[in-house]
Design a binder for this molecule. Structure first.
Ligand SMILES: NC(=O)c1ccc[n+]([C@@H]2O[C@H](COP(=O)([O-])OP(=O)(O)OC[C@H]3O[C@@H](n4cnc5c(N)ncnc54)[C@H](OP(=O)(O)O)[C@@H]3O)[C@@H](O)[C@H]2O)c1
Length: 252
């Protein structure tokens, strides 16, 4: 089996796993944050869990950049976009979390590490090896320009919405309030909407099946979770805004 046929085999299995994850997560909300519940084994400090589960992504893609045969041309820009997102997600976001003394199941952290190792390998192997390299001219192609713009719009929505959520609590608090303002006017989970937009932008900018697979995985993880959050808010707050959708303004 050649390297690229093995890669394609893993990619197909990876996309199939995402498709199977959707119905599972529609019935079983991943047990962290407001959906945490007993019965999922030992736990780890929430903040530390976020750092440990997200760090493999920037580390592995950076390593693949340095060992990859095609790290010239546009490669460093892709590495830069990846690190822009993941240094925020793995270090800045966890250090700013306000969740009191909450813990997450070690199993959630373990499954996220597994996800990040596979996903980062798929992205890095494609970008810096199997793609054959992206020439510097790719940075002026409409797919890169539109994709990068969408990526940053998604990041901004995600960042702004996570900031609104963080400010609902004072340091040390762990309760929940109804978020207001920004895109919360239209949807319960604009942070998830931003994340989905961001990785759709990445898929376009890289014009790759690996990028599309990551966008699909993000949808598979976050759309069912947004629906679970939405149901939870309606149960908990009798005055929850009735017109607000779960994740796609006006639609879902
Ligand atoms: N790419 C992917 O597949 C993927 C997967 C998962 C997460 N993410 C990203 O990681 C980030 C965090 O995800 P998450 O699932 O933890 O998001 P979340 O459920 O929206 O929570 C985000 C943070 O805000 C707090 N919070 C949420 N709603 C609140 C409310 N009504 N009142 C007070 N505090 C509230 C949460 O506290 P609690 O933890 O105490 O609930 C948590 O610290 C998001 O930006 C998400 O897009 C990406």
């Amino acid at each position: 089996m050649t390297e690229s046929s093995l890669y394609n085999f893993v990619l197909i299995a990876w996309v199939a796993a995402a498709a199977l994850t959707i119905p599972y997560l529609l019935f079983v909300a991943a047990p962290y944050g407001r959906h945490a519940r007993p019965g999922w084994g030992p736990t780890i400090d929430n903040r530390l869990g976020w750092i440990l589960m997200e760090l493999p992504s920037p580390l592995l893609v950076t390593a693949l950049f340095f060992v990859g045969p095609h790290n010239g041309g546009a490669a460093a820009v892709f590495l830069g976009l990846w690190l822009f997102h993941y240094l925020h997600r793995s270090l800045i976001f966890p250090l700013r979390i306000r969740s009191g003394k909450k813990a997450m199941p070690a199993a959630i952290m373990g499954s996220a590490i597994f996800f990040n190792l596979i996903n980062a390998s798929m992205q890095g192997q494609w970008l810096f090896n199997l793609s054959g390299g992206y020439a510097a001219a790719w940075l002026l192609d409409w797919r890169f320009l539109a994709g990068a713009a969408i990526f940053f719009v998604g990041f901004a929505i995600n960042y702004h919405s996570d900031g609104i959520l963080r400010n609902l609590r004072r340091p040390g608090e762990s309760g929940y309030r109804i978020p207001q303002g920004g895109l919360f006017r239209y949807v319960t989970c604009p942070n998830y909407l931003g994340e989905v937009i961001e990785w759709c932008g990445w898929a376009l900018a890289t014009w790759s099946l690996a990028g599309a697979a990551f966008a699909f995985w993000t949808i598979a993880n976050l759309i069912p979770r947004a629906l679970a959050h939405h149901r939870w808010y309606h149960k908990k707050f009798s005055d929850y805004p009735a017109a607000r959708k779960a994740v796609i303004p006006g639609l879902l």
